[in-house]
Design a binder for this molecule. Structure first.
Ligand SMILES: O=P(O)(O)OC[C@H]1O[C@H](O)[C@H](O)[C@@H](O)[C@@H]1O
Length: 289
């Protein structure tokens, strides 16, 4: 099922809670909508945060599919137990199994998933996720537990899609002097050090070796958003720009101007090492500054 695009809704951004209120059968996936938050059972994915800002904070593509087993384009997918193609580049599905799995709802915006060993990731794991929000702050908590008797490395990432007025006008600060791997095809393989604020002038896809804190400055909406973390060693920054946006079926050709992904977690060289029986909690707080 394809949710009608924002354009088809008269320029209004699709707001998941609104779907409940109007009773339109548009959001086919099981979800929970409360005053501030909408989360999906699939992926334990935050779909919307109705903050105190006049403008949306969380971005969802007007072309996203909301079919079971298909990744939703937008919100906050959780990439787990690997990110991208994992350390070897081989595992599929991309970004791990968690975002397309049904989690068990154990409370209001609280979910649990018991990951079974697979060929791609031959270890059991458990994930507990919760999201809480008020007008100023959205807080995510993801606890990973290794229930096995073997230590292993595991990747995790809160893949936050943020709405912006115009990607060409925004800046991200907080990663100055931090090393990053540039994943844009054709980029040099060597690590680069960030010099000054991040600005966007083309396809951007980077893994920074720092969990922040970072600030997104959006002069067009006269807004600043901060992302503070506990237990994160990586930040991924992504905007597909023109060609990659056009190549994605679930991404509007012009939508790249209105979004940026600022993703927090532990990936690549910063993957978690989990000892037998050990747990690790990642906390991400996104606030209006
Ligand atoms: O299209 P998806 O599988 O949802 O991935 C969307 C994007 O996610 C991350 O930001 C990666 O760094 C990008 O390389 C990727 O293109």
């Amino acid at each position: 099922m394809v949710v009608r695009s924002s354009a088809a809704r008269g320029g209004q951004r699709m707001i998941a809670g609104e779907l409940m209120i109007t009773g339109e059968p548009m959001l086919a996936l099981p979800h929970r909508a409360t005053d501030r938050l909408t989360t999906l059972t699939q992926g334990a994915q935050v779909l919307d945060w109705r903050s105190g800002s006049d403008q949306p904070v969380i971005w969802v593509s007007g072309l996203s599919s909301f079919e079971a087993g298909v990744a939703v384009r937008g919100g906050i997918p959780l990439c787990l137990p690997w990110f991208g193609g994992g350390p070897s580049g081989d595992p599929t599905p991309k970004h791990g199994t968690a975002r397309i799995s049904d989690w068990e709802e154990i409370g209001e915006h609280q979910y649990r998933l018991a990951g079974e060993p697979t060929d791609q990731f031959p270890h059991a794991w458990q994930a507990d996720f919760s999201a809480t929000a008020d007008a100023e702050t959205l807080t995510l908590r993801l606890t990973l537990t290794n229930p096995t008797e073997q230590a292993y490395a595991i990747e995790e990432l809160a893949h936050t899609y943020l709405a912006v007025s115009d990607i060409r006008q925004v800046q991200v600060t907080g990663l100055e002097g931090v090393q990053y791997a540039d994943k844009v095809p054709g980029a040099a393989a060597a690590q680069v050090v960030q010099s000054g604020p991040i600005t966007f002038t083309g396809e951007t896809d980077r893994i920074y070796a720092s969990g922040g804190p970072i600030t997104l400055h959006d002069p067009g909406w006269d807004r600043r958003l901060t992302a503070e973390t506990v237990g994160a060693s990586s930040t991924v920054v992504w905007n597909p720009w023109v060609d990659k946006a056009a190549a994605m079926a679930d991404f509007g050709d012009d939508e790249w101007t209105g979004m940026v992904c600022l993703e927090s977690g532990n990936v690549a060289g910063g993957a978690l090492q989990l000892e037998p029986g050990a747990s690790h909690t990642l906390e991400v707080r996104i606030s209006l500054a």
